[in-house]
Design a binder for this molecule. Structure first.
Ligand code: DC
Length: 220
């Protein structure tokens, strides 16, 4: 039995991979997995339950038994809509810290595989192409300069009425990039066979079109 095709889109934080991946999924009628949201859910749940971010075994147990659901673009944890709560910078940093533990990564692997359903899946994250879906038909490493990414995040936060300093965002991004890229388990890297998409000077539409073109030529 052949498994449904997967398009893996990996890249650093605020690269726009989530926006591009979900639009590609819409265009193709594929399912969409935002794997970063799973790490963010563990971060939020562990904070709520007062679990120390250094307690890897307990975080692993928590990740095993998360009660989550995705409905119409909204994310629920234990029945509560946490779509906005998981998007803060603090939760992002906590997610990046606990994502370094093999206990947590192992616990979330099965959940990620369960998203692979017909007619196909677009999955975004850090290790989609290298670890979770190594047989992905198309592997994309989507990136942009640190400055471009910080500016994008800045605009998003300001639009939401959240006041931030660009310099602080730049520093957060650099800290998170360094940790996500240097960790021992499943680091952020350009997987073998991945095609690099530099989006600093591309519009969202251009980036989406490029991924769709690459997919069509792989699927042909
Ligand atoms: O993509 P994001 O910013 O929502 O991800 C939050 C953190 O989760 C990121 O800093 C590292 C971690 N993560 C990971 O380790 N592996 C993934 N596949 C996705 C996210």
């Amino acid at each position: 039995m052949t498994l449904p095709p997967v398009i893996a889109i990996d890249g650093p934080t605020a690269s726009g991979k989530g926006t591009v991946a979900s639009l590609v999924a819409d265009k193709l009628g594929f399912h969409y997995l935002d794997s970063g949201a799973l790490y963010r859910l563990v971060a939020l749940a562990s904070e709520t339950q007062g679990i120390n971010v250094k307690n890897a075994p307990e975080l692993g147990v928590l990740a095993e038994k998360l009660t989550i659901s995705f409905e119409k673009g909204r994310i629920f944890l234990d029945g509560e809509d946490v779509s906005e709560a998981i998007r803060t910078e603090a939760i992002g940093l906590r997610a990046s810290a606990l994502a370094t533990y093999p206990e947590v990564r192992r616990a979330l692997a099965g959940l990620q595989h369960s998203f692979r359903n017909a007619p196909g899946l677009v999955a975004d994250g850090r290790d989609m192409a290298s670890v979770i879906f190594p047989d992905a038909i198309l592997k994309v490493f989507l990136t942009a300069t640190t400055q471009a990414r910080a500016e994008r995040r800045y605009k998003q936060l300001i639009a939401k009425g959240i006041s931030v300093k660009l310099a602080d965002l730049l520093q957060d991004l650099q800290e998170r990039d360094a940790r996500d890229s240097s960790r021992g388990v499943a680091p952020l890297l350009i997987a073998e066979g991945a095609q690099v998409l530099e989006t600093s000077d591309l519009s969202i539409d251009q980036a989406v079109k490029t991924v769709l073109d690459w997919y069509q030529s792989k699927a042909a």
